[in-house]
Design a protein around this ligand. Structure first.
Ligand code: SF4
Length: 354
């Protein structure tokens, strides 16, 4: 996954304010990054929507027992999906795979209306783990549709969140993935057009595409608050700060994770070499060879245990200290759906992933 930016830009004057953690173990004399420092982005890793989605599956397993069926990967992370699978979650794409009377969880990305209707018709016990910030977009689409709006959706074709949002209506949502697509769409009218976006896009790319939409459709309605979520925004801001301070950035995240891919791209666009790893094993020593300052962050679906494992590997390769850059403290927590209350003993067994 090497990128063609062999050199990081020079660090600006002044170093980041950083909280210093205890320094790492002894350096491996044979490693080529002996003495390197690790800089952790803040915030990184789980967001409130991912945390809630995982908790819903864990609670459903504790309350109703295995198996629990989950439509699509609950969040896009190999480790999380493997962990929940080991506990009895069965991940499916088609509701035909779910037996009658089963418990079904919708993933954090949301589902089209047709899936909701099918689940209801087939009588499953359903828990909806759609992130409330994705549901907010669904509600806005439904409301504006009743007012006669058509939509331009900025997002990635085939991503389940995009399919879920576009599937809120039977038509009238035009997908654009890049600036060039804006010229190709043909809405039935231009008086009532609104923009919606996938929540996990690059903030900068979305702004560029939105500008192109406005240039072609000057009266287009934009969301009062942007649809890109706080967690995506905060992690991209943090990786921008990180990228300016380090020689190389490592992003922990799965290849399917939109927001993790965007973090790597953001670092890359700033001219900093950047790589994404799904687990510590994927980290290649050559990426950090001779680098004194190694940046580390994680996408919103990547658990902190993976970050710790990458730190251990970097230490084994010679890194000697870990510092966390200052950043926004996130305190958002979303309420759980009804029907998942547990007794005290079961409560205590929850949450090692989170
Ligand atoms: S990345 Fe944003 S939209 Fe997606 S689950 Fe997290 S908070 Fe929700």
């Amino acid at each position: 996954m090497s990128l063609d930016h062999p050199q990081a830009p020079p660090s600006p004057p002044g170093r980041p304010k950083a909280k210093t953690a205890p320094s790492g173990g002894s350096a491996d004399a044979s490693a080529r990054s002996v003495g390197a420092s690790i800089f952790l982005a803040e915030p990184r890793g789980f967001c409130a929507g991912v945390d809630r989605a995982i908790e819903i599956v864990e609670r459903a397993l504790a309350k109703f027992g295995a198996p629990i069926y989950v439509r699509h990967e609950i969040v896009h992370n190999t480790y999380v999906v493997g962990d929940l699978h080991a506990k009895g979650a069965i991940f499916i794409e088609d509701l035909a795979e779910v037996p009658p009377g089963a418990t079904l969880v919708f993933s954090a990305h949301g589902v089209p209306k047709s899936v909701e209707r099918e689940a209801e018709a087939r009588g499953f016990r359903v828990f909806d783990a759609t992130c409330p910030l994705v549901s907010k977009v669904h509600v806005e689409v439904a409301k504006l549709h009743r007012e006669g709006y058509e939509f331009i959706m900025i997002g990635h074709k085939g991503h389940p969140e995009v399919e879920g949002t576009m599937g809120q209506l039977d038509g009238g949502i035009h997908l654009v993935e890049e600036v060039a697509d804006v010229a190709r769409i043909h809405p039935a009218q231009t008086d009532k057009l609104a923009v919606v976006t996938q929540t996990t896009l690059s903030v900068d790319d979305a702004a560029e595409i939105t500008a192109a939409v406005k240039a072609r459709f000057p009266r287009v309605r934009e969301p009062k608050q942007q649809d890109i979520c706080y967690a995506t925004q905060n992690r991209q801001d943090a990786v921008k700060l990180l990228s300016r301070e380090v020689d190389v950035v490592i992003v922990v995240g799965s290849p399917t994770s939109s927001n993790s891919n965007r973090l790597r791209e953001v670092a890359h666009k700033l001219g900093t070499e950047a790589y994404m790893v799904d687990s510590a094993d994927e980290l290649q020593p050559g990426w950090i060879a001779g680098r004194a300052r190694i940046g580390l962050t994680a996408g919103a679906s990547a658990p902190e245990i993976l970050v710790r494992q990458v730190i251990d590997r970097l230490r084994a390769l010679g890194a000697v200290s870990v510092r966390t850059l200052d950043g926004i403290e996130e305190t958002i927590k979303f309420p759980l759906p009804k029907g998942l209350k547990l007794d005290q003993a079961a409560e205590r067994g929850l949450g090692h992933l989170r």
